[in-house]
Design a protein around this ligand. Structure first.
Ligand code: GDP
Length: 366
C-alpha cells in the first residue's frame, strides 16, 4: 500500500507528531494486511460519510479505511554524500510515495535549534538540497551511460539524453526539485524511469506553538513556509505537534469538546491524513451491508475489478458486475430500495472507472 514518509531536521517535532499518529492508531485487528513495523503508523482516515452511512444502514460494525505514515529518522545534512547513515536515510525516502516534511515554526528557548535559530526556509532548503544533490547524482550517472549509446546513434538514448540534460540544468543551476522542472508528457514518462526523490509529492507541516494554533497566520514563519510551498505548488498543513499528541489520546465527544475549546474545527492530524491521502491520488468507496459498513481506499483511475481487488484478489479475478450508487444519490433517496426505484443504482461492468463516494456491491464468481 502507499505510504507517506515523515522527514525533518532534528528537534522540529517529528517524533512528537509520529507519536500522535501511533497514539491515535487504528484498531489493528481491522487491518491485518497492514505493515507491522515500528516505524510505520497506521491511522484511520476520517470521513463523515461513513457515519452517515452507518446511520442509514445500521450495521453490526463500521470500519474506516486506513493510511500509513512512515517515520524516516536519521541524519539529513550531508546525506547525499553517501556513507552509511546518509545512504540509509535516502534509501528510506526512495521507498515512500510522498514526503511529509515537518518544519519548526514554534519558538521555545528551551529547545535547541540545530542551526542556532528558528528559520524554516533554511531548514527546508537544507533537506531539499540533499534530495536535489542525490537526484543530481542519479541523473549524472545515467547521463554517462546514455551518452555512450547516443554516440551509436540510438534514438531512444537521444530522447533520454535531452530529458536528462533538462533535469540536470534544473537541479544543478536552479536548484529546483524535479517536480518543479517543466517537462512534457513524453519527457515526464522518461523521467519517471529514473525514480528521482524530488519528483515525489511534498507536503509541508508547519509545527507552531501551543498558543499559536488558533491564529497560526500571525506566526510569520508560517507565512514564509506558505510562500515557499506556493512557489513549487506544494501544500501546507499547520499543526501544534504537542497539542496533537494530547488530542490523539481522546475519542468521540471528548475529542470534539477539546477541539471546540481550542477553537479549531479539525485536528491537525486529521487534516494531515486527508491531505496526504489526496496527495497520493487516493479516494474512497464504500461497501454497506447489514454486517458491516466499510470504507476502502482505491487509487483514482482504477477500474471496478481493480477496486474490487482491494478487498480481495478473488473479487478481482471473479468479477462480474458492480452494483453501484453514488453516496449523494443514496443519501437523497434515504434507502437503497428508494435509490433503486429512482434508477440511481447502476450495474457497472469491467470498464467502469470507480468514483470517490461510490457505494458498491460487487458480484463475483468464486
Ligand atoms: P524531532 O527531533 O524532530 O523528532 O523532535 P521532537 O518531537 O523530539 O521534539 C523536540 C522537542 O520539541 C521536544 O522537547 C518536544 O517536546 C518539543 N516540541 C515538539 N513540538 C512542539 C510544539 O509544538 N511546541 C513546543 N513548545 N515544543 C514542541
Amino acid at each position: 500500500s502507499l505510504t507517506a514518509g515523515i522527514v525533518g531536521l532534528p528537534n522540529v517535532g517529528k517524533s512528537t507528531l509520529f507519536n500522535a499518529i501511533t497514539q491515535a492508531g487504528a484498531e489493528s485487528a481491522n487491518y491485518p494486511f497492514c505493515t507491522i513495523d515500528p516505524n510505520v503508523g497506521i491511522v484511520e482516515v476520517p470521513d463523515a460519510r461513513l457515519e452517515k452511512l452507518t446511520e442509514l444502514v445500521n450495521p453490526k460494525k463500521t470500519v474506516p479505511t486506513a493510511f500509513e505514515f512512515t517515520d524516516i529518522a536519521g541524519i539529513v545534512k550531508g546525506a547525499s554524500k553517501g556513507e552509511g547513515l546518509g545512504n540509509q536515510f535516502l534509501s528510506h525516502i526512495r521507498q515512500v510515495d510522498a514526503i511529509t516534511q515537518v518544519v519548526r515554526c514554534f519558538a521555545d528557548d528551551n529547545i535547541t535549534h540545530v542551526s542556532g535559530s528558528v528559520d524554516p526556509i533554511s531548514d527546508i532548503e537544507t533537506i531539499n538540497f540533499e534530495l536535489i544533490l542525490a537526484d543530481l547524482e542519479t541523473v549524472n550517472k545515467r547521463l554517462d551511460r546514455v551518452q555512450k549509446l547516443v554516440r551509436q546513434k540510438d534514438k531512444e538514448a537521444m530522447a533520454e539524453q535531452e530529458v536528462l540534460v533538462k533535469l540536470k540544468q534544473g537541479l544543478e543551476e536552479q536548484e529546483l526539485p524535479a517536480r518543479a522542472i517543466e517537462l512534457n508528457d513524453d519527457e515526464t514518462k522518461i523521467a519517471k524511469g529514473l525514480h528521482l526523490l524530488t519528483t515525489k509529492p511534498m507536503l509541508y507541516v508547519a509545527n507552531v506553538g501551543e498558543d499559536e494554533i488558533q491564529n497560526p497566520e500571525e506566526n510569520e514563519n508560517v507565512q514564509k513556509v506558505r510562500d515557499y510551498a506556493a512557489k513549487e505548488g506544494s501544500q501546507v498543513i499547520v499543526v501544534c505537534a504537542k497539542i496533537e499528541s494530547e488530542i490523539a489520546e481522546l475519542e468521540g465527544e471528548e475529542k470534539q469538546e477539546f477541539l471546540d475549546d481550542l477553537g479549531i474545527a479539525e485536528s491537525g492530524l486529521d487534516q494531515l491524513i486527508k491531505a496526504s491521502y489526496n496527495l497520493l491520488g487516493l479516494a474512497t468507496y464504500f461497501t454497506a451491508g447489514e454486517q458491516e459498513v466499510r470504507a476502502w481506499t482505491f487509487k483514482q483511475g482504477m477500474t471496478a475489478p481493480q477496486a474490487a481487488g482491494v478487498i480481495h484478489s478473488d473479487f478481482e479475478r471473479g468479477f462480474i458486475r458492480a452494483e453501484t450508487v453514488a453516496y449523494d444519490d443514496l443519501m437523497n433517496a434515504g434507502s437503497m430500495s428508494v435509490a433503486k426505484e429512482q434508477g440511481n443504482v447502476r450495474l457497472e461492468g469491467k470498464e467502469y472507472i470507480v468514483r470517490d463516494g461510490d457505494v458498491i456491491h460487487f458480484r463475483f464468481n468464486v
